[in-house]
Design a protein around this ligand. Structure first.
Ligand SMILES: NC(=O)c1ccc[n+]([C@@H]2O[C@H](COP(=O)([O-])OP(=O)(O)OC[C@H]3O[C@@H](n4cnc5c(N)ncnc54)[C@H](OP(=O)(O)O)[C@@H]3O)[C@@H](O)[C@H]2O)c1
Length: 334
């Protein structure tokens, strides 16, 4: 069997270009004892992938030049030499941008398609959902009555943060780019309001929609929006530094928050988080989110693009805001 793979060819400067990738083909090798061969069905395209292409220290080692690009995904077991997995099982794990993944059994987890679809297992029931759940409830310490502001509100993480905030009795205010995303955030995710940062001034929107100040800011974008929210935080506010997508393709140094002294004035805090730290409790979050989905209280919206050959251009949609919901690359049918 031939396995098409996207390998990192060069470290990008700014937005990744097609020439930063090599599309190669190699034969799938035989499955050894303790290994499982997975046919990759869908891949999760994540903003963090841009960071993994850079050299330097981070929470995870960079992808080396010549290596298959790292990516989470879901697939179907087509050969197994481990008793925990049988042919036909659906699994999730780090698949890489390729058509087949020969994995150690310990690196895979079974997923139940009776609970959610393949793409939902990459979204609300997967890594973005886990990020939203633990980021909002543990790092952000959101509680009933709080005003929670979420940037990237229509995206993978943002859609789940806002919905959990509402379920927990918070006021949820989203920030997203464009009218159609803001309409989705309010009408389908049931946020109380959404500020269109491309169509108006974020500070004005915050003044209007957060009259009592911001108790929790779940930051997915960093940059100027973080600075604007800092001017509106309330006493004891918690800012969750989940991501800073506005800065990931910078060729100049990252823009730090000029208004950080607002933390001092308001006895507030900012805390970074990495979702992998909560891996031993993902099952608890999945249980809650699956329950809300079953009760019809919860939307999980994905934006699925087909064809592994479209990987480079599809990944870049995250940075232009062209994705509407969790961005998924469909590699194969069942
Ligand atoms: N810490 C962790 O463990 C962890 C885990 C998962 C994700 N994250 C982070 O969470 C954030 C969201 O990830 P996601 O997977 O949910 O992506 P996403 O929100 O589904 O997609 C990215 C969105 O970011 C927005 N965006 C792009 N450039 C922007 C800019 N310059 N200014 C403002 N918004 C911009 C776009 O939405 P608009 O159209 O609204 O602009 C785009 O659709 C990212 O920063 C990611 O790195 C962190």
């Amino acid at each position: 069997m031939n396995n098409r793979q996207f390998r990192l060819a060069a470290r990008p400067a700014g937005l990744a270009k097609r020439s930063d990738w090599n599309l190669t083909t190699e034969e799938v090798t035989a499955t050894a004892e303790g290994q499982v061969l997975v046919k990759v069905l869908q891949l999760s395209l994540d903003p963090a992938m841009r960071g993994w292409m850079n050299e330097g220290r981070s929470y995870i080692p960079p992808v080396n030049i010549g290596e298959v690009m790292r990516a989470g995904g879901v697939g179907k077991v087509i050969a197994s030499k481990d008793p925990k997995f049988a042919v036909g099982d659906h699994v999730s794990g780090m698949m890489g941008v390729q058509e087949y993944r020969l994995a150690e059994a310990k690196d895979l987890a079974k997923i139940d398609l009776g609970v959610g679809t393949l793409s939902q297992w990459l979204n609300a029931l997967g890594m973005p959902g886990m990020t939203a759940y633990f980021g909002l409830l543990e790092v952000g310490q959101a509680k009933a009555g709080d005003t929670v502001v979420v940037s990237g509100a229509a995206g993978a993480v943002g859609q789940t943060v806002g919905q959990i905030a509402k379920i927990k009795g918070c006021r949820a205010v989203g920030i997203a780019g464009g009218k159609s995303k803001c309409d989705f955030v309010v009408n389908e995710l049931h946020y109380d309001a959404c500020i269109d940062y491309k169509g108006g001034d974020v500070k004005d929107g915050l003044k209007q929609h957060c009259p009592k100040g911001v108790d929790v800011y779940f930051d997915n974008v960093g940059g100027e929006i973080l600075d604007a929210v800092l001017t509106r935080i309330g006493r004891g506010a918690r800012i969750v530094i989940c991501g800073a997508i506005s800065q990931y393709n910078n060729t100049a140094p990252v823009k730090g928050p000029a208004n950080y002294l607002s933390l001092l004035v308001n006895r507030a805090r900012m805390q970074g988080m990495v979702v992998f730290d909560y891996a031993d409790r993902y099952n608890l979050a999945v249980k809650d989110i699956a329950q809300w989905m079953r009760e019809g209280k919860f939307v999980s919206r994905e934006d699925v693009v087909a064809g592994i050959e479209n990987f480079p251009e599809t990944l870049n949609k995250l940075f232009s805001g062209e994705n509407f919901g969790k961005l998924v690359l469909k590699v194969a049918d069942e």
